[in-house]
Design a protein around this ligand. Sequence first.
Ligand code: PCA
Length: 327
Amino acid sequence: MRNAFLITVSAIGATIVLSSGPANAEKWDMPMAYSATNFHSATGAAFAECITTGTGGAIEVVTHPSGSLFKGADIKRAVQTGQAPIGERLLSGHQNENALFGFDSVPFLATSFDDAAKLWKAAKPTLTKVLDDQNLVLLYAVPWPPQGLYFKKEVNSVADMKGIKFRSYNTATARLAELAGMLPVTIEAAEISQAFATGVAESMISSGSTGYDRKVWESLTHFYEVDAWLPRNYVMVNKDVWGATSKANQNVIRGCAELAEYAGTWRAVEYTQFTLNGLKAGGMTVGPAGPELVSDLKEIGETMTSEWLQKSGADGKAIVDAFKAMK
Ligand code: PCA
């Protein structure tokens, strides 16, 4: 009698557990490198929810922003090797592996959201293939707002930049620093507030968004709108994990990715002016770069463009040609 009672209770327990989700529900941890409040992280969170809802709970995606699960520089390797099934990273962060990843950090090639969308359309098939060869499936990519220069003093020309410690986030930003006579040091966005506060870095190129997210007005004074380029974050999934996912759930994920790319891009546009206003409210001087600074930067841009075209070869040239044909 007593045994029968126990069996009944445990049977009910099992029923409750099973009814909380599909029997073979999976949890996908999704490392992300930027702060939780940033629009990329907001887009990732909505994307995760879309998948969880769309798959009826069969795949629960859980985002981990601010580099809390894996640091930015480690996310791609983590997904390639299956330590994380899915993740987000700055695409041009891999430029040191293959120059093609730097297509979106070629100075003054695409300087508006419209052009950045065209450039992405031109580059996407090539990048999809490069990532596929690395055991990764590309899901979506969203641009950062246009890149401008941050300093802790007024700067009117490249000569004014000489000797400044410059925070870089990829090969292109480090090269720009070198060509401008500055001293590059690579620092993840999650760590820049501290780097500026301690003087490890005193300048950077980035969006108004990252300066706003990291409250850089606590250390820096000037933001010059340069619109040098609009780099992208992208979301990738491990190819083996993808292959083991049902066609129906793959379709849900593709749909959510398309929505995320659209909504994320819209958020980026909205966030641009909002964050520039935020920098001003924090006490920074925000405005366009002066004519001498612009022409100095264009010259550096030309050098960097020819270097990139040389390194990226026929595939790089094909991306630029396809982009120019869309203009
Ligand atoms: N923010 C990122 C990359 C580009 C941007 O606007 C960063 O500074 O790390």
